[in-house]
Ligand binder design. Structure first.
Ligand code: S3P
Length: 426
């Protein structure tokens, strides 16, 4: 699918975004192994979260979906069944990594695979701790999908994460659900804590002391009613769009503002963005509120150290904003960008070049100088949802119509993206 994006003069209006991808995955997995029925409202409409539902169904969990509401008849900790075919994680790193923690502890064997992009993404980061717990997992070349998982009784461990990754933390915690005693995960920097919050919501005992998380094994998980907040990572495209076009004002309603994700707002505000949050409340332990953003010329900024982990998914969108800012954007300590759905340092750099934007690339980061103007061009998502959306936003501020090749990749997290962004154009 190809999209043509025309430059706009102003973006104005209110939107309510699809449910958070990260939270949706966790609710789908935990409700499946809980006792009783869970109803999940505002479940992510993205293909990644559909992949998780497909895997849970293949593991014998009765799941129905009506619009954005998913009903899961939990089968209990020991109720999953051996799938009759390979599990398909599609494009979703979250599905394969987090679900592997659960699969490693089952009394059956199975195989989980994904698409061409997922087949190149590193899995040693979950295989290593799960093997320490006693799991037997075979991977292509020892580190890539498909994963062949021989489930067995696992042992709780105390694990220090070598990479800042909420997916790896979650894989270990989800395996820990099945262990006797306490599983401890120590993080190098704080990463998103949706798993800890969701586990508590379902009834597990989880303690977080700074960057040390302790989960008590064999919890009684109980099905419940849940509402997924709007996806703050998807909101980044609207925030950046509003900050590219003078006179713009966008209200984004019901967004998840979990402090481990909302660093985005502080980072933008630190560079002079006019952003405020309103109607703040809590839903299922997650902070939720409305974001109001108005145009303001951004100063630019530096993303490094712990901030890099917190903003990792938003970096493609922020790179676009950096190009039009006063001082530009510098990103450091971001080697993880090279192993996302695409090598996001390379795919951002390629599209910037096509749009006439100067950018200096490092192995673990980049610098986009400010005060630049996007030129009309044909860009490519390279099959990566966040690259499709970031450069669609850049196209709104270009000097002529732009073509986005493989634009359909956006549907991995946000199928409604093009309709919603066009709906705000004035
Ligand atoms: C996610 C964690 C991050 C993020 C991904 C979703 C999660 O990945 O990039 O989009 O839901 O836990 P890593 O754990 O690889 O950093």
């Amino acid at each position: 699918m190809v999209e043509t994006i025309h430059p706009v003069s102003v973006l104005e209006g209110a939107v309510r975004l699809p449910g958070d991808k990260a939270v949706s995955h966790r609710y789908a997995m935990l409700s499946s192994i809980a006792e009783g029925t869970s109803t999940i409202h505002n479940y992510s409409s993205g293909a990644d979260c559909a992949s998780t539902l497909g895997c849970m169904k293949a593991l014998g969990v009765p799941i129905t979906k009506e619009g954005k509401t998913v009903t899961v008849q939990g089968v209990g900790l020991d109720g999953l069944k051996a799938p009759s075919a390979k599990l398909d994680a599609g494009n979703s790193g979250s599905t394969i990594r987090m679900l592997s923690g659960i699969l490693a502890a089952q009394p059956f064997e199975c195989e989980i695979e994904g698409d061409e992009s997922l087949a190149k993404r590193p899995m040693a980061r979950i295989i290593t701790p799960l093997a320490q717990m006693g799991a037997q997992i075979e991977a292509k070349d020892g580190k890539y999908p498909p994963l062949h998982i021989h489930g067995r009784k696992l042992t709780a461990i105390d694990y220090t994460l070598p990479v800042a990754s909420a997916q790896v933390k979650t894989a270990v915690l989800f395996a820990g659900i099945y262990c006797d005693g306490a599983t401890i995960v120590r993080e190098p920097v704080l990463t998103r804590d949706h798993s800890e919050i969701a586990l508590r919501e379902f009834g597990a005992e989880v303690e977080s002391m700074g960057k040390v998380i302790t989960l008590h094994g064999r919890p009684k998980l109980t099905g419940r009613e849940l509402t997924v907040p709007g996806d703050i990572s998807s909101s980044s495209f609207f925030l950046v769009a509003a900050m590219l076009k003078p006179g713009s004002r966008i209200v984004i309603e019901g967004v998840g503002l979990n402090p481990t994700r909302a660093g985005l707002m502080d980072f933008l505000a630190g560079g002079g963005a006019k952003i405020r949050v309103a109607n703040i409340g809590q839903v299922n332990g997650e902070v939720v509120g409305d974001i109001v953003v108005e145009y303001a010329r951004w100063e630019g900024g530096i993303i490094e150290k712990a901030t890099t982990a917190q903003l990792i998914d938003e970096i493609p969108a922020l790179a676009v904003l950096g190009a039009t800012s006063k001082q530009g954007l510098t990103v450091r300590d971001a080697a993880e960008l090279r192993v996302k759905e695409t090598d996001r340092i390379a795919t951002v750099a390629e599209n910037m070049k096509r749009m006439g934007i100067e950018m200096q690339v490092e192995q673990d980061g980049f610098h986009v100088p400010g005060n630049q103007q996007f030129k009309a061009a044909t860009v490519d998502s390279f099959g990566d949802h966040r690259i499709a959306m970031a450069f669609s936003v850049a196209a709104l501020a270009a000097d002529g119509p732009c073509t986005i090749e493989d634009a359909g990749a956006a549907s991995v997290s946000f199928p409604e993206f093009y309709t919603m962004i066009r709906g705000l154009a004035r």
